[in-house]
Design a protein around this ligand. Structure first.
Ligand code: PA5
Length: 445
């Protein structure tokens, strides 16, 4: 197994009997999930389709990725939420958060349409100057405000630079197969399109063309990623909480929540986990945060944040628990040089590898936080290869589905994200929203 759950650091906080009490409920919930009889079961495509692949579609996707690699220096991925977080997470975890500055034979990749910042947009446009550009617009609906605005700007930019005809080969659209506004536009203009599967929400879509096209452009082996997902699908197909670590993780989270631990902090000891944590936050936040329920997902990168949030975690309000992502092997290592003068008094670490020091920091922190009243779960990942990352993605998907159902919510919808949009449309003057605009403006006075 590429990912193992180590739950020994929660033993002071929960009992085996409490875990045992969930055993039957997990078996029933697993049946409901696999028989597609639970809430939101129209969105379970990720359970099977993600790890398998349609040979023709993926050959076309690989061909498009090769074409993009050859024809541009800068690849702009336009999307928000589930339409961009997964690919960015995988690229930064498997390659590096410094991917764009690395020596490579693949294009720089920038993400746009995930905010409404003019500064960010101006900076991106400036980065494109003098370099060849391709874009991939990812939007199921095609009408989400942030990516739609970014698409307008980049489409105009490409047409000004390459002409309408020349831009055709530089615009790639990933959208709904039939519904939405982008498919007809792409057909009319001759843009190549890929499909957002009907049965996958954004946060469950990274292993579909939504995430796979940018990931392939970054030079990551997508077959390896999918094989990791398949390995997890097989390994996590049992409903036995002694054998299925994803379900056990789901159970423990729910018990901790019942005990007042309403915040889960995902902890990474490598900066490359930063965007992966953002993806994880959307997955659990959108899946569980509803009906007045849910664990608030937060994240930190240690040891960096031990010097900012470490104080709070050690001694602040006792409403949190941590899930630590531990890398069980170092792909890059260095050793600490000796210093004849020992100015900093650190010669006791001379000759030790940075990986060893980092792992020791992790163990020391876990023990300190557990002593401080913070339960710690550890997910041990073999490495950060595409295969293990594919496994980790499926691991979190299935545990999130289980956890959401155990909590009593529909883990596959996100009704709450509409509230801000309605207000924003009204305040921006969208036709049909006049009465609402009047009401909101009065509140803003
Ligand atoms: O998970 C989700 O469903 C959301 O994050 C969506 O991906 C996001 O809102 C973007 O929607 P769309 O793909 O329609 O532009």
């Amino acid at each position: 197994m590429s990912i193992k759950l180590n739950d020994k650091y929660v033993k002071n906080f929960i009992t085996d009997t409490e875990i045992e009490a969930y055993r039957e409920k997990v078996v029933e919930t697993d049946k409901m999930l696999r028989n597609k009889t639970g809430k939101g079961s129209d969105f379970l495509g990720w359970m099977t389709a993600s790890c398998a692949y349609d040979k023709d579609e993926y050959a076309r996707l690989q061909a498009a990725a090769e074409k993009i690699k050859k024809s541009c220096d800068v690849f702009i991925v336009i999307g928000i939420g589930g339409s961009y977080l997964g690919s960015r997470a995988v690229i930064e975890l498997v390659k590096s958060p410094r991917y764009n500055s690395m020596k490579k034979d693949t294009p720089d990749i920038y993400f746009s349409g995930c905010n409404i910042s003019a500064t960010d947009m101006r900076e991106l446009l400036a980065l494109c100057e003098g370099r060849d550009v391709c874009i991939n617009v990812i939007s199921k609906s095609g009408t989400t405000t942030e990516p739609s605005i970014a698409f307008r700007i980049f489409r105009q930019y490409l047409e000004d630079r390459y002409g309408k005809e020349g831009s055709k080969d530089r615009i790639f659209i990933t959208t709904d197969r039939a519904r939405g506004v982008l498919k007809p536009l792409a057909t009319r203009e001759g843009y190549e399109t890929f499909t957002v599967p009907d049965d996958m929400g954004g946060r469950y879509s990274v292993l579909s063309p939504v995430g796979l096209l940018p990931i392939a452009v970054a030079g990551i082996d997508i077959m390896e990623l999918l094989s990791g997902c398949e390995e997890a699908r097989v390994a996590l197909s049992t409903a036995d909480i002694d054998k299925n670590d994803a379900y056990r993780y789901a159970v423990i989270r729910n018990i901790l929540l019942e005990k007042g631990k309403g915040i889960e902090v995902l902890v990474g000891y490598e900066p490359s986990f930063q965007m992966f944590s953002e993806w994880w936050k959307q997955l659990f936040g959108e899946s569980e945060g509803k009906d007045g329920k849910g664990i608030y997902p937060a994240s930190v990168i240690f040891s960096t944040d031990l010097h900012s949030l470490g104080q709070y975690i050690q001694e602040g309000q006792r409403q949190l628990f941590e899930t630590v992502l531990s890398l069980e092997s170092a792909d890059d290592d260095l050793s600490v040089p000796d210093d004849a003068e020992n100015i900093d008094g650190l010669n006791f670490v001379s000759g030790k590898s940075l990986y060893e020091v980092n792992q020791t920091a992790m163990r020391a922190t876990i023990l300190a936080h557990v002593d401080g009243g913070v339960p710690n779960l550890v997910l041990e990942a073999k490495d950060r290869t595409a295969k293990t990352v594919g496994y980790l993605i499926y691991f979190f998907w299935i545990s999130c589905a289980m956890s959401g159902y155990l909590l009593g919510v529909n883990p596959f919808d996100q009704p709450g994200v509409e509230a801000y949009k309605k207000n924003m449309f009204a305040l921006l003057g969208k036709p049909g929203y006049e009465a609402m605009a009047e009401e909101l403006n009065a509140k803003l006075q």
